[in-house]
Design a protein around this ligand. Structure first.
Ligand code: ATP
Ligand code: MG
Length: 848
């Protein structure tokens, strides 16, 4: 029993011999009544109804090879040699039949007689007991292990956190006993360590035997179960690694085609650098995971299962690009997974087209923004921290799952401001819930009219106040209407959007603002309870803190004052006929529509941008005051045509140079606006134009990108000029047979790798009627090898996959494949000749 397939089959048939019914793997998607995990995470999970006695098992003893996916292990993948997200768990299950003695005897027989593992290298752990559960050490298990020949010093008691299994609440539970393989003191911690050590990889857990013997009650007490059960789980990848004595699960036979494909496709060998090692592992594991998940009909999304899928797809895509893969590569990766595993899992072959299509679409969607997102990340990282805003933008604009941003940050020893991120995400969601707000407008009006007080809007001066909830009305679903005594929240008006924000109780309970309704001199607010706290809402009379996050208010104010400055500058540059025709002031940009008969010339546009910035840098003071409307008129304040104003109006005065009637929130002096940049100028119907522009941080980011693009363009131009001057290189012949040995051709090629190189090896064999071919190729500064052998050569003891690994060393890389077709990639193009020479020698040695 050596290969993964043999081990899988050996396990199932061993337990069949012992009276177990062999059942096929249950799906990765749990049953509808199982809400415990998004994906099946253990062999016993789909059989839970049998353990609970709710359903009759297909037999009193069963055995399965279960496909599982462990979401909590995503971040581990890549960092160590044995944690996967997707893996196969072998298990034997006893429903009220044999118990500890039977389970331990069967496991021992299997590892000794069938796997022929070196007994001296095996250790076991048992439950050490738990005073909280009023349990002593699992003496029964200890005695059984000793009786069967395990020396006492290799039986290690571990606490409940490690060796007590439960469903996570009341229900069946019990101690467990794990079997470990010892790789030797040399690889352990200095001074020695024991199984369960998390600092080194000396001990590898490969099999867990769970003894379900108690029922946990709500009051925390245990009673014995009427029928005791056994559930065991053994990761097939881990046991293969042990049997094959290889350094990681990725080096086992079950991954060879996948690992070879990754090396060949990227031209970077597994183990080339710590980064490359991680990337290869992530691609191999996530590649398997995404293929199996999509095969069960899950598609990428922003929630639940779909989000987990999206996370691993995007994490894999990001790591692939890191080692120089050319997108799209995920469909090819899935293709290789299917080639490797399709025999054992026909559902993969059946759904191959769909799998490729869905992965291609998601990879493309992410690819469009990935590079720009990475740039943004690099810039933020250069500043020494990842703000919540960065993380938010990375997610909202560039599709980076927050976990990916956190991982990238961890790699550079940086922290992400999670709290700010969460807040911004909540605000973002609020926008998409605007529908809810609209539907409640009528109710809000009635609610406000019924209240016996008016809300005082204090948002001009303050973005945070302690105040009282004066009135409240529940709407259900965690939604409620409220009126605050004082409110910092600006309800949309005068082109400016509604503020985002929240109210918070002393105990931290929070409700997010979903909408602010504006009434004449009054307002009502729509809130939604934050988190899942659907029920426990706020009450009238309660004291709360009301907050508008400055990170959102400030850019809004900068854009609002910026709009006034732009308005006045347009009148100066284009003439007094310019009148405001509409505006939208948001935190991320501003839009200003105005009357003007034709498009701005490039000169006018530049002049406008320049003058606005000059006014900003002059740091003009911004004053606001209320005054009778007649007074405002004599001041020459700009008023909007068709707008109704009251007797008392609010005037916004920028340096005595721009005077407008406006109820919006503004910065205190123009320097706070920061840089101003025009994004676009366009037509909106006859006689009106529209300018979209950004200020503050958004403007800086935009200008930065503009200058970077210009730089790139310069470099490209320069290169194009150089190319044009170069004499055209001769078109190299596609390949050249440099030598031959016993019917095997040694060929040197260039400009080819991956699929095209494999195709070439087929073509050469056909054209030249050769039994085998070893092709070396250089492409884009990297070296590639393909070995293509007829079955007859394999019969003579040649193995392409073993040979390619050997030859791979000459090109500074590695690879693998099948005995008839294998490939390698590496970073040393100078080694191709040497590899071919060595290949010739190997062929001669084997065939003569
Ligand atoms: P670990 O402590 O190594 O994460 P675990 O305690 O989570 O393992 P169990 O939940 O007992 O493991 O799962 C049973 C068996 O499944 C393990 O003995 C191991 O062989 C395998 N296994 C568990 N997690 C993984 C994983 N992430 N990748 C590969 N195999 C795993
Ligand atoms: Mg684990």
């Amino acid at each position: 029993m050596r290969t993964t397939a043999e081990i899988r089959e050996g396990f199932l048939s061993f337990f069949e011999e012992k009276g177990h019914l062999r059942c096929p793997s249950y799906p990765l998607i749990p049953r509808a009544d199982d809400r415990s995990t998004l994906y099946t995470s253990a062999g016993m999970q789909p059989q839970m109804p049998f353990f609970l006695g709710r359903e009759t098992p297909p037999g009193p003893l069963t055995t399965t090879a279960q496909k599982v996916f462990r979401t909590p292990d995503i971040d581990e993948v890549g960092l160590d040699t044995y944690h996967l997200t997707f893996f196969e768990m072998l298990g034997n299950f006893s429903f009220g039949q044999y118990f500890k003695e039977g389970a331990i005897a069967l496991a021992t027989e299997f590892v000794q007689e069938r796997l022929k593992l070196d007994w001296d290298r095996l250790w076991v752990t048992v439950h050490a007991g738990d005073p909280e559960l009023k349990l002593g050490p699992d003496q029964v298990a200890i005695d059984l292990w000793e009786k069967i020949g395990m020396p006492a010093e290799r039986i290690v008691p571990l606490p409940s956190s490690e060796n007590f299994w439960s469903v996570g609440g009341p229900g069946p539970c019990g101690p467990d006993s794990e079997i470990y393989y010892d790789w030797g003191v040399e690889v352990g911690c200095a001074g020695g360590c024991l199984p369960g050590c998390s600092r080194c990889e000396r001990f590898l857990e490969f099999w867990n035997l769970v003894f379900m013997e108690y029922e946990l009650h709500r009051d925390g007490t245990l009673t014995p179960l009427p029928k005791q059960n056994i559930d065991t789980g053994m990761g097939v990848e881990r046991i293969s690694r042990i049997i094959q004595q290889v350094p990681s699960v990725y080096d086992t036979d079950g991954y060879q085609m996948i690992m070879a494909w990754i090396a060949a496709e990227s031209g970077v060998a597994y183990g080339d650098s710590p980064d490359a090692t991680k990337a290869h592992r992530v691609l191999a594991d996530h590649g398997r995971g995404m293929t199996f998940i999509v095969a069960e009909g899950v598609t990428p999304s922003n929630e639940g299962r779909g989000y987990v899928l999206r996370r691993i797809i995007r994490r894999a895509a990001q790591h692939g690009l890191r080692i120089g893969m050319q997108a799209p590569f995920l469909p090819g990766l899935a293709g290789t997974v299917i080639e490797q595993m399709g025999d054992a899992y026909p559902e993969l072959v059946e759904h191959e087209d769909e799998i490729r299509r869905i992965l291609a679409a998601e990879e493309e969607r992410f690819g469009e923004t990935l590079e720009r997102g990475m740039k943004l990340f690099d810039e933020a990282a250069a500043g020494g921290r990842i703000t919540g805003d960065d993380a938010f933008t990375l997610q909202a604009t560039y599709g980076f799952p927050i976990e990916l941003t956190q991982e990238l940050a961890r790699e550079r020893g940086l922290e992400v401001n999670d709290e700010e991120y969460t807040r911004l995400m909540a605000e973002h969601r609020e926008i998409s819930r605007a529908g809810v707000a609209g539907g409640n407008a009528q109710r809000a009006a009635e609610f406000a009219a019924a209240a016996d007080f008016r809300t005082e809007f204090v948002g001009y001066e303050q973005t945070e106040v302690h105040t009282q909830v004066g009135a409240l009305e529940e709407l259900g679903d965690g939604l409620f209407l409220a009126k605050l005594r004082e409110s910092p929240f600006y309800p949309a008006g005068g082109g400016q959007v509604t503020d985002a924000g929240w109210i918070e109780r002393e105990d931290g309970t929070r409700a997010e603002l979903r909408e602010a309704y504006r009434f004449d001199g009054d307002q009502a607010l729509l809130f939604e309870m934050a988190g899942s706290a659907g029920g426990s809402s706020f009450a009238a009379g309660e004291r709360v803190r009301a907050v508008v996050p400055w990170a959102r208010r400030h850019p809004t104010q900068a854009n609002h004052t910026g709009t006034h400055v732009l308005h006045q500058v347009l009148r100066e540059v284009l003439g007094d006929h310019v009148k405001q025709a509409g505006s939208a002031v948001r935190p991320d940009k501003l839009r200003f529509d105005f009357t003007h008969p034709q498009a701005l010339t490039p000169e006018e546009r530049t002049r406008v941008e320049q003058l606005v910035n000059e006014r900003i840098f002059a740091n003009l003071p911004v004053r606001t005051y209320e005054t009778p409307i007649e007074e405002a008129r004599t001041l020459g304040a700009m008023m909007l045509f068709g707008e109704k104003y009251g007797d008392i109006v609010r005037v916004v005065d920028v340096g005595g140079w721009s005077v407008e009637l406006c109820g919006g929130t503004h910065v205190r002096s123009t320097a706070e606006i920061g840089p101003f940049a025009i994004l676009s100028e366009s037509s909106v119907g006859s006689g009106a134009r529209r300018i979209e522009a950004v200020t503050a941080g958004e403007a800086f980011a935009y200008l930065h990108e503009r200058s970077r693009e210009a730089d790139e363009l310069r470099v490209e131009l320069e290169q194009a000029r150089k190319e044009a001057r170069k004499p055209r290189a001769e078109v190299a012949s596609e390949f050249e047979v440099v030598d031959r040995a016993n019917g095997v051709l040694l060929v040197s090629a260039s400009g080819l790798k991956g699929g095209p190189l494999r195709d070439l090896s087929d073509r050469i064999r056909q054209q030249e009627k050769a039994d085998g071919v070893i092709v070396g190729s250089v492409d884009d500064g990297r070296a590639y090898l393909v070995i293509n052998f007829a079955e007859s050569l394999v019969g003579h003891g040649l193995d392409a996959s073993a040979l390619v690994r050997d030859l791979g060393r000459h090109i500074g890389g590695g690879g693998g494949g099948k005995p008839t077709l294998a490939e390698a990639g590496g970073k040393n193009p100078d080694g191709v000749r040497e590899a071919l020479t060595a290949g010739k020698r190997a062929v001669e040695d084997a065939l003569s």
